[in-house]
Ligand binder design. Structure first.
Ligand code: ATP
Ligand code: MG
Length: 334
């Protein structure tokens, strides 16, 4: 076991439907590459879905689908337990205690919340949505996460987690004087915020501007045709500006070997947007083809996937119980 393996990674996603390529490049790819060197825990944040949708009809199915996506992308659940937040009661207990350690004003300052309010045109904010990062702090610290691989939008939440860990450690210590919680660090990828097909800064399910991991070549092409490009480049021959084009960002990630040709073709006008879009569609489709194949296999054995989660839940629960008994001891409650 390497030294790093003693360091813990905690990262999760909300089961709000099928995953998109933003989830992959912003988080999942990082999880896969880190799993051999760190002890990873992967949380299916089912309680967190309630912050933006009270309809729970699909939460169970979406949780299974997400586990399928994770395994298909290369997460090994034997090394890295995967579990549903709702199955481990300690999350809610720690959330309650942590909610006493942060002010409403601090939570209202959260830029990710402000962005969600704007994007989703929310007129009021529910208490649980305001407190979303506090539950996230409990998710991370229950497993004593040292590192949290996330997209850019989640970085303010990791800062809130650090704030809460700091306040707790200052106030409550173990009998021997040790503090309980580490100060987790965010770890972001190069594509920490993949833009959406409509040109919005973030590819997001709720903005309906996504390419799904399960989309096949045809579906990707059809979506890509409508993708937003440089508005001054109307036809082949017009000179374009790749730096404001999201299709170019996709080329950077999924077609790096041809990136200088694409740039040259766009700026000189020799490459039309349609051809550029078709090229990247094939690249994205090829990139995710093995993942789609694995996905289709796993779809045939959903009971097996549920068993993987139940096993992950048992292992995660052991860790969660230990942390909570330290917390109760330090706080002299229970
Ligand atoms: P959606 O709005 O599509 O439902 P989300 O932001 O609600 O996505 P979460 O479950 O909150 O999804 O986030 C899962 C992880 O994926 C987080 O680490 C988040 O930063 C990352 N992520 C989501 N969308 C993107 C994106 N467009 N680019 C990079 N990372 C992303
Ligand atoms: Mg989501």
């Amino acid at each position: 076991m390497s030294d790093k393996k003693t360091k813990v990674i905690l990262s999760g996603m909300r089961p709000t439907g099928k995953l998109h390529i933003g989830h992959y490049v912003g988080a999942l790819e990082n999880w896969v590459s880190l799993q051999n060197d760190y002890q990873n825990y992967h949380l299916i944040a089912d309680y967190h879905t309630l912050t933006t949708n009270l309809d729970t009809t699909n939460v169970y199915d979406d949780s299974i689908e997400m586990a399928i996506d994770w395994i298909a992308c290369g997460i090994d659940p034997v090394k890295s337990p995967m579990f549903r937040q709702s199955q481990i009661k300690e999350h809610t207990e720690l959330f309650l205690l942590f909610s006493m350690l942060i002010t409403k004003a601090r939570l209202e300052k959260n830029p990710t919340l402000k962005e969600q309010i704007k994007d989703m045109k929310l007129t009021g904010i529910i208490y649980g949505h305001l407190g979303y990062p506090v539950l996230q702090a409990a998710d991370i610290l229950l497993y004593k996460g040292n590192m949290v691989p996330v997209g850019e939008d989640q970085v303010p939440h990791v800062e809130i987690t650090r704030h809460i860990a700091g306040v707790f450690n200052e106030k409550y210590k173990m009998k021997d004087g040790r503090t309980i919680f580490p100060m987790p660090e965010p770890k972001i990828t190069q594509f920490a915020r993949l833009p959406g097909l409509d040109g919005k800064a973030k590819m997001s399910k709720s903005l309906d501007n996504t390419i799904l991991l399960s989309d096949d070549g045809e579906a990707i092409k059809n979506k890509m045709k409508k993708a937003f490009t440089d508005p001054d480049k109307l036809r082949k021959g017009d000179k374009g500006n790749p730096d404001i084009c999201l299709v170019y960002t996709y080329h950077k990630k999924f077609n790096p070997e041809e990136i200088s040709e694409i740039r040259e073709g766009c700026t000189s006008g020799a490459l039309g947007c349609f051809d550029c879009k078709m090229k990247i569609s094939s690249k994205i489709s090829d990139f995710f083809a093995p993942i789609r194949e694995k996905r289709n296999e796993l779809e045939k054995n959903k009971n097996g996937v549920l068993e993987v989660l139940i096993d992950g839940e048992k292992r995660a629960h052991e860790v969660a119980k230990q942390t909570m008994s330290q917390v109760r001891e330090a706080m002299k409650i229970g």
